[in-house]
Design a protein. Structure first.
Ligand code: GLP
Length: 242
């Protein structure tokens, strides 16, 4: 695991964006695994800037997002499809038809999960998977539990996750209770994983994930079993690391 800590948010964003740009330069058809959340936002902003300067093209790339809320209209400002359109897809030359976000409004969610895994199987593996981490150690929406699912599945969000994400909604009751998420097995199939974490409120989760035991009670700790993980942290997120 390659762990890098940054004093400046600009360097954090630049380094994250450069990993994606180098990949697209060597492999324009790369399959990107993308994440939402506040940590990747500056990386996406930097990618948009680099695209505007003609330094990177997404024209032949495809993308798969980790997760989506269940039951939130796709055009709701807090749907993960809206997030991706707003922060990245609408501002670069990616073909929207090759961007994939699980459909949290599918009439048959079990079938949607199977179809998502089949697409990943057919078009994958993901070359570079961006990840964030929840304060409780979740990745995607794989919540701490006695066991974890391998494939894409529907998950009941823990109250702590709903409360953490309530900052994006008018009120807690508006935060969906379920989500569709890629499973841990699917996430670990990526060739490379780039974990992006900003903020002191994530410091404990980061320490548990990177230095604690591998346990389903901290889903991000399973990243320790992956051979190619880069972790980008700001100083707040790195605070409790030995
Ligand atoms: C949500 C997403 C996760 C993300 C997490 C962290 O819960 N489902 O995929 O990693 O937020 O977000 P942030 O980067 O805002 O801390």
């Amino acid at each position: 695991m390659n762990i890098l800590t940054f004093k400046s948010q600009e360097d954090f964003a630049e380094t994250g964006a450069n990993l994606i740009v180098s990949l697209l330069q060597s492999n324009p058809r790369a399959v990107l695994g993308l994440a939402t959340g506040s940590s990747p936002v500056t990386v996406y902003a930097r990618l948009v800037e680099m695209h505007r300067k003609g330094l990177v093209s997404f024209a032949k790339a495809s993308s798969y997002n980790l997760d989506e809320y269940v039951g939130l209209p796709v055009d709701h400002p807090q749907s993960y499809r809206s997030f991706m359109n707003e922060h990245l897809f609408n501002h670069v030359d990616i073909d929207l038809a090759r961007t994939h976000v699980p459909d949290g409004n599918a009439p048959d969610l079990a079938a949607e999960c199977l179809a998502y895994d089949r697409m990943l199987e057919d078009n994958g593996p993901v070359d570079l998977q961006i990840l964030g981490i929840g304060s409780n150690g979740h990745i995607g929406f794989n919540e701490p539990d006695a066991s974890l699912s391998s494939g894409t599945h529907v998950v009941d969000l823990l109250e702590e996750t709903r409360e953490a994400n309530a900052r994006f909604f008018d009120k807690l009751e508006d935060v969906p209770r379920q989500a569709v998420t890629m499973g841990i097995g699917g996430i670990l199939k990526a060739r490379q994983i780039v974990l992006l974490v900003r903020g002191e409120e994530k410091a404990e989760a980061v320490r548990n994930a990177l230095e604690g035991p591998i346990t389903t009670q901290c889903p991000a700790s399973l990243l320790q079993s992956h051979p190619n993980v880069v972790v980008l942290l700001d100083e707040g997120a790195a605070k409790w690391l030995k």
